[in-house]
Design a binder for this molecule. Sequence first.
Ligand code: 5GP
Length: 116
Amino acid sequence: MAEETIFSKIIRKEIPADIVYQDDLITAFRDINPRAPSHILIIPNKLIPTVNDIETEDEVTMGRMFTVARKLAKEEGIDKDGYRLIMNCNVHSGQEIYHIHMHLVGGHFLGPMLIG
Ligand code: 5GP
């Protein structure tokens, strides 16, 4: 059984966060340390520690993460100019919170994707 992170407490509203979307599968909230004018974290309500732990039964949830990203990008007004979706996995990526999350970042020109 994976260890819960602070994100489980955010899902259950036990600690404050600026939640912008929530349904039966997904919660989305603003990153506490935004790296762009729009920086939202989209996470499954189910605790999945890393991308390596995604199961076939999670495919609907993974798809929902993208449709929520699309909806929120439109609401943020960044859908036309563009944005980036990022998921980090394990140490080499710099993953800090072991509850998978999609970063939705945009609102200004992001430049080329830096690798390393
Ligand atoms: P990672 O590096 O794991 O891909 O990203 C973790 C993200 O979670 C970071 O961008 C960090 O700022 C954000 N974060 C960490 N703790 C909290 C928190 O308690 N609340 C919110 N809203 N964001 C957090």
